[in-house]
Design a binder for this molecule. Structure first.
Ligand SMILES: O=C(O)CCC(=O)C(=O)O
Length: 293
């Protein structure tokens, strides 16, 4: 893991160092990548979007402990929109809300970079372009954005997974950015990653058969998750994690009294073809490509 304090665009030498660290470890952490004002703007946008969620009409939950059985039409459609998903523990046995509304959402996704001005401004920044270039994506085509809340006390676990299981291109050229909008530590459910484990196999594949509109998660390699080698990425607000699409990662439930809000962006290289059996299909949305320099 490498840490680089400092704001603003990276110079070519810094970017090359980080690209080398990324190739070796499968992720890099840039502390203070976002200034406090930008973090505050994005957090305020997250709160605004959460307050706009229609809890009467929409009680769809996002959880990762069900082998993705809960993915439905509304989930697939969120690839092209802005939709909130509840924490499983936000609802009681009867499906009634058991926490205040402002503490009920698990996440909002998945086209925020297209449709939410604050996220769009960040997505178009030099920081984001540089970060994807560290990951080897010279012309990043943005495909997914999420606000992940990890609510106090009920924030759900994100089980071990590799993003290439869900986001495939040919050739495989996908990377993720994870931005801490609040401090993240072991107590409130920080990310865990495994240095170098991006060189391991892809263990699972989630694909959608669009003729039946069924999604299925299939085990493609039985190699166990490298639990014993995992390191916690405890980072202050404003930190940016750039990670490889084969990097195994997870996050624990949040049983603390503090939330842990993060914003994620995913992209494939423009030169790679997006797989038609990915759940995430942008449909009529304009391509969102970050140019080279
Ligand atoms: O924020 C988290 O807890 C998990 C995020 C994640 O797994 C992802 O963006 O792929």
């Amino acid at each position: 893991m490498q840490r680089t304090p400092g704001l603003g665009p990276l110079d070519a030498e810094e970017r090359e160092d980080l690209a080398r660290a990324f190739a070796s470890e499968g992720f890099v952490v840039l502390e203070s990548a976002l200034d406090p004002a930008t973090c505050a703007t994005l957090l305020a946008a997250a709160q605004r979007l959460a307050s706009e969620h229609d809890f009467e009409a929409d009680r769809g939950v996002f959880r990762t402990d069900d082998r993705d059985a809960g993915r439905d039409e509304a989930f697939f459609a969120s690839a092209r929109g802005v939709r909130g998903f509840l924490e499983a523990e936000a609802l009681d046995d009867q499906g009634r809300l058991r926490v205040p509304r402002d503490r009920a959402l698990n996440k909002i996704g998945h086209a925020l970079h297209d449709l939410v001005p604050e996220v769009r401004a960040l997505a178009e920044s030099e920081l984001v372009r540089d970060a994807f270039r560290i990951a080897g994506l010279d012309e990043a085509a943005l495909i997914q954005s999420m606000l992940i809340f990890k609510q106090p006390e009920i924030g759900g676990e994100v089980r071990w997974h590799q993003d290439a299981s869900y986001l495939r291109s040919a050739p495989q050229r996908v990377a993720g950015l994870w931005l801490a909008l609040e401090d993240a530590d072991r107590d409130n459910g920080c990310l865990w990653m495994v240095p170098g484990a991006h060189r391991g196999p892809l263990r699972e594949r989630y694909a959608v058969d669009w003729s039946t509109r069924e999604g299925t998660l299939v085990t493609t390699d039985p190699t166990p998750w490298p639990e014993d080698e995992a390191v916690p990425l405890e980072v202050p607000a404003g930190s940016l994690v750039v990670f490889h699409d084969h990097m195994p990662h997870r996050s624990d439930p949040n049983r603390s009294a503090r939330s842990r809000v993060a914003l994620t962006l995913h992209a494939h290289d423009r030169s790679a073809e997006w797989s038609t059996d990915n759940w995430l299909q942008r449909g009529e949305l304009e391509p969102f490509v970050l140019g080279g320099r």
